[in-house]
Design a protein around this ligand. Sequence first.
Ligand code: NAD
Length: 527
Amino acid sequence: MKIIVTEKIADKGIELLQNTPGVEVVVYRELKREELLDVIDQYDAMIVRSVTKVDEELYKRATKLKVVGRAGNGVDNIEMDGATKRGIIVVNTPESNIVSAAEMTIALMLASARNMVKGHNLLMAGEWGRTGLRGSEMLHKTLGIIGLGRIGALVTARMQAFGMKVIAFDPYITDARFKKFGVEKCETLKELLQKADIISIHTPKTEETINIITKEELALCKKGVRIVNCARGGLINEEDLYEAIREGIVASAGIDVLKDEPHAISPLIQLPQCVLTPHIGADTDEAQDNVGVTIAREVLSALKGEMVANAVNLPTLHPHDLEDMKTYLQLGEYLGKFYYQMEKNIVEKVEVIYQGEIAEMETEMVTRAILKGLFEPILKERVNYVNAALAASGRGIDVLESKMTANEKRFSMITLKISGKDGAFTVSGTVLGQNEIRIVEINGYEFDVTPAQYMLVARNQDKPGMIGQIGTLLGASRINIANMQVSRNNKEGAAMMFMSVDSEVAKETLNLLQGIDGITQVNLVKL
Ligand code: NAD
């Protein structure tokens, strides 16, 4: 694998790439556009910062390119559609600085609630005194988090350790995420404003969040509320916050980001109740090293075909959720792989039914895994998590997801139902414990089998002697059966046999099996 690094990243990241067997790294601190275009066809992956333009012109020449790594956050220099349609994964490192930002948030929260800068300034001026420096504790206070994303969740966990009750407003996340972090969900921003003693904002800067807190919102807050913004300048209206502090509605504010950065212009700078810093939330040694190491790791994982938490052209999965979801992603791929290895009917509709615990999770990625598994037997490595949804829509296939949170057996189950003009096919699976995958149903026949690399699925008449004949024939072909289960449909007098075998089954053997009297269909399913 060849990786080109076109801009400066931390040495630790470069070392990681260089020390990976089978990887050749070419590092540039600066590279002219024409030179890059001339050599890009040799590379499997590229790592850029914000200067290198990754666009259609580059993609057309980058015939081997599979991964673009952006060391940092923004992806303005990367054309996303061009990458997605070619199945190129774009990864970045939005979480490399999240611990730094969360700790900075807390530093601002405590420093402003305890008048630290005011006290420090008095001492620096040679004065000793406590007048006007009394602060307030965090214990038993209510912290209102706006935006329960990565940083919001880190701040939550840390402030819960201070004994705070945490409530949050975030209309874009599932109830499961609130539950997971032990946070009380606020249905509206108004509810949060009315309940919180301290408010900390952690949303991105979007049309909707610019001025999310103005004088109208501040008027709804408890008198003496404290406010922290370590997210983006402009989310809180600085003039309105200034007035609210002057009027005593807001007791203090901790602010790392300003509307007019990089200029030190804001009415808040005048106020002793404010602790202000010049956007240094991400500015730690660890965060800078993390960016380099993380992008190196992610690019290597993506090249190996593993799931990456921060793929920009994939549905968002928080790193914690990714850990919980890994086995379901695997199950999804397995379920998807059955269809084209067992059926020929042209697919018109794919329905994925999630039941039980999995239905409460963010399942979009599992559906992608199913589609990836579905198309792999026919598209091979040209399909991946990035372009699997496009592969479905490009074939005119409708993809539907439905969720049932409770099922009578009380465990998570995923059912894949594929319909075409000649009928429907179903396959279902579950995960037992942490990571034991089971296939529990195929076309209405119930099983409890662990999927294996080679599986034989036989449909046959439900009559004596079938198992023996199959076993004898496979034995004669020197194929060892590792596991076998039979499931029957009494009404139709039909049965299905599911066998894990230790090796590949040749076409001739499949034809012989198919020729056994009473066998209606035999398929080899490979994972
Ligand atoms: P994230 O994407 O993980 O989380 C953002 C959350 O905000 C998401 O859960 C989203 O659903 C929610 N959200 C979006 N619109 C909303 C709305 N209208 N109301 C309520 N919630 C809404 O982002 P993150 O990594 O946690 O970063 C949070 C913020 O911190 C970003 O603005 C980021 O740029 C900023 N940041 C600042 C520094 C710094 O140096 N001060 C460092 C890192 C990140």
